[in-house]
Design a protein around this ligand. Structure first.
Ligand code: FMN
Length: 423
């Protein structure tokens, strides 16, 4: 019986443990987590979602305060939501976030950044270009394009000096979406260096319709993608993601030709992960009945989350003057529409609960959207109770090594003394 450690991912002439910790916005997959993956020889992701909010929190910058102040000088609502993001600030914030991370990188692995197209920031093309270029300028090892088809993304950065040396990958959920992307990539004569194939059991946004995701299964999509690439004579590493819960789940893909796997949910409860500890305990306590895939995200993509997410049913006033990261090119966000369409409660004079969308910026930034992979309810199998109702939070190293060395679906439990009990 083989284990993940029997395989290696080759990317850009380097070899890695074939385990990638996926991007988790907003700073859930933070620098600490990504750097641990790199130290241990794998690949970790930071996320570029709402970087200005993240650097304000981490490095005491005041990008959002400046944005709010600028917007206050503009005419009152709703036009205030049309005020664009300052591209210099956006560039500086991204450079800061990435360079502070890369300066601390140790070990043989790599740190990539996850860049969502749906983070349209009131000017989709301009802001995406700045974020991608700033990440490369600040020395990121690789960029994973996510949450969108990214048909024009390569062209946006084709003139950048690092365009051909940085590792560039794309997340897709179908061979069809990949075919569209590859057709456009041909125009700049640059194929992606890797392809993450994300299935219906993943956390975050899903690249399926709300009525389709249950019919899809990851092994079939991976096979379709592999067949399509083989037919086109393309040798690009394929990396399945979504529901890979044990090392043996990973080996099942690796033995079928996958180059690596991308995982996330098992790392959400690690000590390094950016979620607050009380939220990690909620993830650990969750049952299957607490998980849903809904259409609450204003991005238009279905999203998996726990039904106990405090964001659900919240009628918080939209704060696009400050956040506004999901505003499309015309200053619209589906939460704004839902908020405006929700009447006040005649008894209290206060807004009734907004039931069909959440204010993703405000709530992701405050860790009130409990997004998770399907197998979140199995997290309790991966650790021990420390006290009634309180689970021990394992280290990222422990979980990484468990994936790397586990055989036969065994999961090594962390010990209360904090030492990793390895298989
Ligand atoms: C809490 C959480 C947040 C996530 N956020 C993002 C994100 O911002 N961008 C993205 O491309 N994927 C996101 N994902 C998906 C992961 O990167 C990963 O591909 C997927 O969850 C892997 O499946 P698993 O969680 O079953 O291991 C998120 C997943 C989780 C659990």
């Amino acid at each position: 019986m083989t284990c993940v450690d029997d395989y290696r991912l080759t990317l850009g002439g380097k070899q890695y443990v074939p385990l990638i910790i996926g991007g988790m916005g907003v700073d859930i997959s933070n620098s600490h987590l990504a750097l641990e993956a790199a130290r241990l020889g794998g690949i970790g992701h930071i996320s570029d979602a709402m970087t200005m909010a993240v650097t304000d929190r981490l490095y005491k910058t005041s990008y959002l305060k400046a944005r709010t102040a600028r917007n206050r000088q503009e005419p009152p609502e709703p036009t205030r939501r049309d005020v664009p993001f300052d591209l210099t600030d956006l560039r500086d914030a991204t450079m800061l976030h990435v360079s502070k991370t890369m300066d601390r990188k140790r070990g043989p692995g790599a740190v990539f950044i996850n860049v969502m197209e749906k983070l349209s920031m009131n000017a989709p093309r301009e802001t995406l270009k700045v974020r991608l270029e700033a990440a490369m300028d600040a020395g990121i090892d690789g960029i994973t394009l996510s949450a969108g088809l990214h048909l024009g993304s390569f062209e946006l950065i084709a003139e950048h000096p690092r365009f051909r040396d940085v590792q560039l990958g794309i997340i897709v959920s179908s061979a069809r979406a990949l075919a569209l992307f590859l057709r456009r990539a041909k125009r700049v004569e640059r194929m992606p260096d890797y392809i993450v194939v994300e299935g219906p059991l993943a956390g975050g946004h899903l690249g399926f319709g709300i009525d389709d995701w249950q019919k899809a299964d990851l092994p079939s999509i991976v096979k379709e993608v592999q067949d399509m690439l083989a037919k086109d004579g393309l040798n690009i590493p394929v990396i399945p993601a979504g529901g890979v819960f044990t090392g043996t789940d990973a080996v099942n893909y690796l033995s079928q030709g996958a180059a690596a796997v991308q995982v996330a949910t098992r790392f959400t409860i690690t000590r390094e992960c950016g979620l607050p500890d009380h939220v990690k305990q909620v993830y650990l306590g969750a049952g299957l009945e607490d998980v849903e895939v809904n259409t609450q995200s204003p991005t238009g993509y279905p999203m998996r989350m726990l039904t106990s997410s405090p964001a659900l049913g919240s009628s918080i006033r939209p704060n696009c003057e400050t956040l506004g990261f999901i505003l499309d090119g015309e200053g619209h966000c589906k939460y704004l529409d839902a908020y405006d369409a929700t009447p006040d409660d005649p008894a209290t004079g206060r807004k009734m609960p907004v039931t069909d969308r959440v204010c993703l910026c405000t709530h992701m930034n405050a860790f009130r959207v409990y997004t998770c992979g399907h197998y979140v309810y199995r997290l309790k199998e991966t650790t021990v109770l420390e006290a009634p109702g309180r689970y021990l939070l394992p280290s990222a190293e422990h979980v990484f090594w468990d994936y790397q060395f586990s055989r036969d679906h065994r999961i090594a439990l962390p010990s209360v003394s904090g030492e990793a009990a390895l298989v």
